[in-house]
Design a protein around this ligand. Sequence first.
Ligand code: LFR
Length: 470
Amino acid sequence: MNTFAAVDLGASSGRVMVGRVGPGSLSLDAVNRFANEPVRAGGTLYWDILALYRGVLEGLRLAGPVDGIGIDSWAVDYGLLDATGTLLGNPVHYRDTRTEGAAAKVAAVVGEDQLYALTGLQKLPFNTIYQLVAAAGTPQLEAARQLLMIPDLLAYWLTGETGAEFTNASTTQLLDLGSGGWAGELMTALGIRPTLFPPLRAPGTVIGPVRPELGIGTPDVIAVGSHDTASAVVGVPAGGDHFAYISCGTWSLVGVELDAPVLTEASRLANFTNEGGVDGTVRYLRNVMGLWPLQECLREWGAPDLPVLLREAAAVPAFQSVVDLDDPVFLPPGDMVARLTTASGRSSFGSPAAVVRCILDSLALAHRRAVRQAQELSGRHVDAVHIVGGGARNELLCQLTADACGLPVLAGPVEATALGNVLVQARAAETISGDLSALRALLRETQQIVRYEPRGDAAAWRAAERRLEG
Ligand code: LFR
C-alpha cells in the first residue's frame, strides 16, 4: 500500500487529498480544503496564487509522509517568470475581460480553420493564445523569460524544476496536434516568443523531489494529467468505450474519449475540442457553462442552503424558462440573476427556486445537445453518460440529464479529478499497473456510483430544445 497526495485546484476551491492505493484497493481523504477567491485589483481580475500556494503547503504538511505528490488545476492560465525565476505579478483570471477583441487579432494572422487544423482546439475567448495576444507589448510580458501553467508553477515552487505538462499545454492552443510539440511557427507569426515555453513533460514522469527547506519531506512531485479535466476523465469509472462523460463543476466538460482527433469542419463549427489526454487519448469535448451560473446566483443570494433550494427547484414545473447557457454573456462574474432574467425574456423569476430550475433545465438541455453532437461528430456511439465531479452530488441535475439525454446516468465519483491524479501517480510509482481500463476497473471496484434511469417525456425535451433554437 502506498500513499499519494493529490493537489486539486478548481475555480472556486482547492483541496489536498491523500489517496491510499494498493492492488485492488483505493481510498481518498481530504486533508485540506480552502477557498479559491479571485481578487479584482486595478480593474483586472487575478487569481490569488500565493493564497493557493499557502493552502497547498498547509495541506502537504497535514498529509504527512507520502510517496508522491501530483498537482492539477483548471487550464489555460499561467504565471510569468523573469530571468531570475521570480514570478512577475499575479496570474490573470481567464474570466477577465482583457481578451475581448483578441480572437479577431489572431484571426487576422491565421484563419480559424487553419488554427483548428493545427491545434484541434475549440475557440474559447480565454485560451492562452488569446491571453498572450491581449498582453502583447506589456512590460510584464516583455520582461518574462518563462511561462508556466498554474500546476507547473506550483511544481516549480515545490521542486525548483520547470516544464510544461502535456495535457494542460494542449489547452493553450499553442500546441501542434500533429507533432505533439509546441507550435513555434504559429507563436512567431503572432509575436509570441517561443522561448517562453519550457520543454513538455508527459503525465507519469517524475518532476523532482520537494526541496528540503520547505519542511514537508522530500517526496517526488510526479506529473499527472495536470489539466483537472484530464485527471477527471482518467477518474471516470467506465467499462468499455461506449460512454460519454460530463466532468461537472464550475464547467460541464461534455464529450467522449477517442484515440484520434476529429478535425472536420462540422466539428470546428460545433466548437468541439481535441485536448490531449493521459496515455495518448484525445478528450473530445465541448465546454458547457456548467454550475457557474448557479454558483454565481448562490453568491448573490448570500450562500443559502443548497439542498433546500434544490428540493424547492425540483417542485417547480419543468421548462417554465430555458436559456442558452452557451451564450458568452454568462461568462463574467456578477449580476447573474439579472442576466438570466434578461435571457429568459421574463420580467422576473419570482423566486430563487424558479431561477435554479431554469438553470438546471437549461444545463440538462445543454448536456443533451453536447452528448448528441459528440456522438454524431465522432461516430462513437454511447450507451451511458458518466457524471463526475461536484455535479454528481446534484440529484436533480443528474436525473434531468438522464431524462434529457434519454440515457442512463452513472453519477460519481465526486472526487474523480483527485482520484485520476492519484491513479496516475500510483502507476508511475509502480504501486499498480495497467492501462486506463485497468485504472477504471479499480475505480468501479472501490467507488460509489449512483445510477439514474431516464424517465418521462422525450417529446417534451425535444420541444424545449426547439424552443431554445427557435
Ligand atoms: C475545468 C477547466 C476546463 C477549462 C476551464 C478553464 O476546471 O479546466 O477544462 O476549459 O476550466 O481553464
